[in-house]
Ligand binder design. Structure first.
Ligand code: IVH
Length: 611
């Protein structure tokens, strides 16, 4: 069989990768293993590298640009982005319903959608190719953020259709899934950067990142909810059809939509999602109710600000007042000294809240929060509750501004205020709080995942001097464990078995478990792929580490420094002796040529992919 000419192979690869990406990101129904995707992606990259003139902007390899923008350019939306009127209860919903029914007596169906709490964006496709992505701005003018939008995998670079309309305008909500949000904030906390208040701010901040590589790393997601073809070419009868078409075109559309015949059914939808929304993995702040029929929508039109044919039915605010009873100071595994407000317990978003983070001294100063103050506390989804503001009218007499202690509350050593960091730190490597934190992190999910090894045992291990570093865990004996308070024979055996099993956890999880600053689980995966053994990583120069796609100079610096510290080298040696996995294997399934059908195990450096 003659070999497929490169341009044809390129076209076939692009089409298949686009399908796979759509199945994975938009439908949540993968059609191939990640390793197969990666293999095909690399083949496409290689073909394009050999013939750069064949690269087109809609190729799957062209999602992440590498030239930061100087600033964003303003763009005028072809069709303005309206916002929605809010209703907070059934009466307000009924009032809206009666209002539009006064204008027309057509029968109507409602389409209910989740109201995603992110940032609205507008996408323009010309002849099926994404040419522009913009922020909402004031609804009339937004900013051109195409470079960042292209990094969102739930947004197709090319529409999945043979005869696209000349122009297609798609709107939807860009957002950060909660786990990604928490990870970003954990990483920011570690590096002393200011935290994002909530996923919405984090999403908006990410969309306006000048460097698309930063945006790509933040893993934004997207749900499409509206589509228009201002120059014709698509005739759709209703919102339901529009949502289905969006999905067919390649967009991620929220699966929890529902067409409802009555307002009662709308209320049931609202109640259902009010109680189930905390399991979604992203934040929603209400539901959006739209009249389904596009003819009816057109007839009703818009007020100055809102469509008359839609309304947002919002969930009650998850903010409530309480009193700060104490401010305690916590020392984390990185030595970061964080103030916590101990609150008079209150019910918020379905859980009891008794503590809220105050982040750092600057934040305390900004809020001017003091012991005794009545404060507004907010909790949304799975996010750590936080103090939003103080009610100064309710401040008791004689309160004092709160100042963090100058010495570590755990070990008594002076804390240091490192330049360009918002947090102060205890830098005593044998501070019990740091040692305990490191152990809990090592045993935690995503790291060595040692079942049964929580704070309770770690406290005892450290306080009794049984364990000083994570390597000591592998020397623990049954006798030592059984001697602990409230530890039975059976639990001791189970714990030892779990510690033994952890030796087989993969290299990237071990690397994450080491707790090197700036190396969260995502960076650990990236680094472990680029440096598939501890020797390779420990021996790498800063420049070599910084060259890895997705790893910035600050992370590279931190990793490099970590391996230069003697105590850390000794720790790695002991882990190696204990039999912990410090080497990775990478297997890719090759699809063509002499390697067809074989699995090849490679050790060495590979260019990393974002996937
Ligand atoms: S429809 C003219 N549908 O809510 C119709 N909006 O408060 C305009 N939003 O700016 C919007 N999920 O950012 C619509 N399923 C959904 C939505 C949604 C979130 C946001 C959108 C809009 C804001 C209005």
């Amino acid at each position: 069989m003659p070999p497929t000419p490169p341009h044809q192979r390129i076209a076939e690869l692009r089409s298949l990768l686009q399908k796979a990406s759509y199945a994975y990101y938009s439908l949540d129904a993968p059609i191939m293993e990640d390793s197969v995707y990666d293999g095909l992606y690399r083949e496409l990259e290689a073909l394009e590298a050999a013939q750069p003139d064949l690269i087109t902007p809609d190729s799957p390899t062209q999602r992440v640009g590498d030239t930061p923008a100087e600033q964003f350019v303003s763009v005028r939306h072809r069709v303005p982005l309206y916002s929605l009127e809010n209703a907070f209860n059934l009466e307000e919903l009924r009032a809206w319903d009666e209002r539009w029914r006064r204008i027309t007596d057509e029968p109507a169906q409602y389409v209910c959608e989740l109201k995603i709490d992110g940032s609205a964006i507008a996408l323009t496709y010309k002849n099926g190719v994404l040419v522009r992505g913009a922020t909402r701005g004031d609804g009339v003018t937004g900013e051109d953020i195409t470079q960042n939008i292209r990094t969102i995998r739930a947004i197709p670079l090319r529409l999945n259709v043979n005869d696209p309309p000349p122009v297609l305008e798609v709107r939807g909500e860009a957002f950060l899934p909660l786990d990604v949000f928490e990870q970003i904030n954990a990483e920011r906390q570690e590096s002393g950067e200011p935290l994002f208040a909530n996923p919405r701010n984090a999403a908006a901040g990410t969309l306006r990142q000048l460097d698309p590589r930063v945006a790509a790393r933040r893993r934004l997601d997207f749900f499409a909810y509206s589509l228009q073809a201002p120059e014709g070419g698509l005739l759709l009868p209703c919102q339901e059809a529009a949502l289905n078409t969006l999905q067919d075109l390649g967009f991620r559309v929220n699966p929890n939509r529902r067409t409802c015949p009555t307002l009662e059914a709308v209320m049931t939808y609202y109640d259902t999602w009010d109680s189930q929304r905390h399991d979604l993995g992203y934040l929603t702040d209400g539901v959006v109710v739209k009249l389904n029929d596009f003819r009816l929508q057109e007839e009703l039109g818009f007020t100055q600000k809102f469509p008359r044919w839609a309304i947002a039915l919002k969930y009650p605010a998850e903010e409530a007042p309480t009193v700060v009873e104490r401010i305690s100071v916590n020392v984390g595994r990185t030595g970061a000294v964080t103030p916590l407000a101990e609150l008079r317990p209150l019910q918020l978003a379905g859980t009891t809240v008794a503590r809220a983070t105050l982040h750092n001294q600057d934040h305390i100063n900004e809020l001017d929060v003091r012991v005794g103050d009545t404060v507004v506390v907010r909790k949304a989804g799975e996010i750590i509750p936080e103090v939003v503001r103080v009610l100064p009218e309710l401040r008791p007499q004689g309160t004092e501004p709160f100042v963090l202690p100058s010495h570590c509350p755990e070990c008594g050593q002076p804390v240091v205020d490192l330049e360009d960091e918002a947090v102060v730190r205890c830098i005593n490597a044998s501070c019990p709080a740091i040692v305990k934190g490191a152990l809990v992190h090592w045993a935690g999910r995503g790291a060595l995942d040692i079942e049964g090894l929580g704070e309770r045992w770690v406290e005892q291990f450290v306080d009794l001097g049984l364990v000083q570093t994570v390597a000591d865990l592998y020397d623990l004996t049954l006798d030592q464990l059984v001697a602990l308070e409230r530890m039975g024979q059976k639990s001791a055996q189970n714990l030892l078995a779990a510690i033994e099993r952890s030796k087989a956890q993969p290299w990237d999880q071990v690397l994450y478990g080491l707790g090197i600053r700036h190396v969260g689980s995502v960076n650990a995966q990236t680094l472990a792929r680029a440096f598939p053994s501890v020797e390779l990583l420990a021996g790498a120069e800063v420049e070599a580490i910084a060259q890895v796609y997705g790893i910035g100079p600050e992370i590279a610096q931190s990793v490099h420094q970590w391996f230069r510290i003697e105590a850390n080298q000794a720790l790695v040696n002991r882990l190696q002796d204990a039999g912990v996995t410090l080497i990775g294997t990478q297997s890719i399934a090759s699809t063509e040529g002499v390697l067809k059908g074989k699995t090849v195990v490679i050790t060495g450096t590979l260019p990393t992919l974002s996937r």
